[in-house]
Design a protein around this ligand. Structure first.
Ligand code: HEM
Length: 458
């Protein structure tokens, strides 16, 4: 009887995690196909000129879709699964978890279609979806938050495992963030600029960073079969991230009409961010110490190694980039786009992949091919590294041309070869995503067939 209940809970968890990851993978493919098209429009501006395929409509489809359709859905699914496994209990309110997935998908479909029809809520980056679409998404994430918190509340032991600190912190903050981003009276005047700084940077730092680190804090010890190096270092990184991050968004608006003191505070706190970044990186790396032969033989650990390296590199780069002298050259250039992909792709996306390869086979009992996982890893890693490298060089040349007061076209000519190289890098990344989608198919669909076969009466 108890064994049956346990078996049915495990099957329910596997089905839920599979559905979240399959859905996130669908959005990864759609939105990064759009990313590849966007990247080819730089060297070939006359490519695909219909209004439905115009740069202005496709760019927010790519950014909102990768953020919310792909990364948020994947991280919600992983957070719910991790809450149950680390708390030694079943998932709380499973129908709400399914409702959450449905609502986030309705929002992603409605957001993508309305943006492509030219309907948007203005130029506020990462919240161009119409307000009612964002409201649907907020309710969807809220449902995932309730399920995760409800599951942790049923935990077998009193202490809350460090991974759940991070995921619950992420859910708390993202709810505040999305509510603030929806209140109409906040969306006017200069106040809108500071609110946008708060929203856009915290979507990355207080949502994606928190939940991705939560996934790493659960998966790494599990894969290496050893405890996390230091619980205290994890807590220190958590609280310093929560103190410094909320204020740093204004570093995107240096030399703007925002108060000078706010810009300076954002720079000082950007330097303060070195504390959680160093503490978090050290904690995760020290957890793997002496286990590098396991890393080499594992499907998932190389993704974590790359993700942690990019966490360190991308975040430290962000601190340096926030200084006024650096902003004077790099602001508005392609350098920033390189930085965005170092963090959202090199860090967040690689950690998501590591957690998927670590946890999905455990849930479903199906392993992908080691060769194809290697192909995914290397195409994605070489692709993103090339992407970041060429945009860093191209963006710097752009900035130097602007600062020299030369004609604008000179900056376009200087960056053009690097934009072409970015399109090649983006194509490599997209091939990696197709391989990942096949691996997800192997890890999920046969499991569902096996479950269906089991459910059939003999
Ligand atoms: C095949 C993979 C990808 C390609 C080819 C690609 C390409 C692009 C392109 C061409 C842009 C517009 C850049 C510009 O306006 O100058 C862009 C922007 C952006 N993409 Fe991607 N992308 C990819 C994957 C991703 C993923 C997986 C994420 C997040 C999880 C992401 C997040 C972003 C963000 C945040 C921006 C805005 C950058 C900024 O304004 O600083 N991208 N991407």
């Amino acid at each position: 009887m108890i064994a049956d209940a346990h078996e049915s809970e495990s099957r329910a968890q596997a089905a839920l995690l599979s559905a979240y990851i399959a859905s996130a993978t669908f959005w990864l493919i759609v939105t990064t196909a759009v990313g590849v098209l966007l990247s080819f429009k730089f060297p070939f501006p006359d490519l695909a000129t219909s209004p439905y395929l115009s740069f202005g409509r496709l760019r927010p489809i790519h950014t909102n879709g990768t953020f919310y359709g792909f990364a948020s859905v994947a991280l919600c699914g992983l957070s719910i699964y991790i809450a149950a496994r680390s708390s030694g209990t079943g998932i709380f309110a499973k129908p709400v978890a399914w409702l959450s997935l449905a609502l986030m998908n309705v929002a992603a479909i409605a957001g993508t279609v309305t943006l492509d029809l030219g309907m948007n809520d203005g130029s506020q980056e990462y919240r161009e979806w119409l307000w009612w679409v964002r409201l649907i998404f907020l309710i969807g994430v809220g449902c995932s938050a309730v399920v995760t918190a409800g599951t942790v509340a049923r935990r077998a032991e009193r202490p809350i495992y460090i991974a759940n600190w991070y995921t619950l912190g992420g859910f708390t903050f993202v709810t505040v963030l999305w509510i603030v981003a929806l209140i109409p009276s906040y969306q006017v005047g200069v106040g809108q600029v500071s609110l946008q700084a708060f929203y856009m940077h915290n979507a990355v730092g207080m949502w994606f960073t928190f939940v991705a680190l939560g996934a790493a804090y659960y998966s790494l010890p599990k894969l290496l079969n050893r405890p996390i190096y230091s619980y205290s270092l994890g807590v220190l990184a958590f609280w310093t991230n929560a103190v410094f991050y909320p204020v740093i968004g204004a570093h995107h608006y240096e030399f703007s009409p925002l108060p000078w003191w706010l810009q300076t505070l954002a720079i000082v706190f950007s330097v303060g961010m070195l504390i959680p970044v160093f503490a978090g990186t050290a904690n995760l790396l020290l957890t793997t110490r002496g286990g590098w032969d396991i890393v080499r033989r594992s499907y998932a650990l190389p993704f974590f190694a790359a993700g942690i390296a990019y966490y360190f590199l991308g975040s430290s780069q962000g601190t340096f980039e926030a200084l006024r002298t650096a902003q004077a050259y790099w602001h508005f250039t392609s350098f920033t786009v390189g930085h965005s992909h170092a963090t959202m792709y090199g860090f967040i996306t690689f950690i998501i992949w590591g957690a998927v390869y670590a946890l999905l086979p455990l849930a479903t009992g199906r392993q992908p091919s080691l060769l194809l996982t290697g192909v995914h890893f290397w195409f994605a890693l070489v692709g993103v590294t090339l992407y970041v490298l060429v945009l860093s060089i191209g963006g710097t040349l752009q900035g130097i041309e602007w600062a020299s007061g030369n004609p604008f076209i000179n900056s376009v000519e200087a960056a053009a070869p690097f934009w072409l190289a970015r399109a090649v890098a983006g194509t490599m990344m997209f091939i990696a995503h197709l391989v990942f989608a096949y691996n997800v198919y192997v890890m999920t669909v046969p499991q569902r067939r096996a479950a269906a076969a089991k459910a059939q009466p003999a």
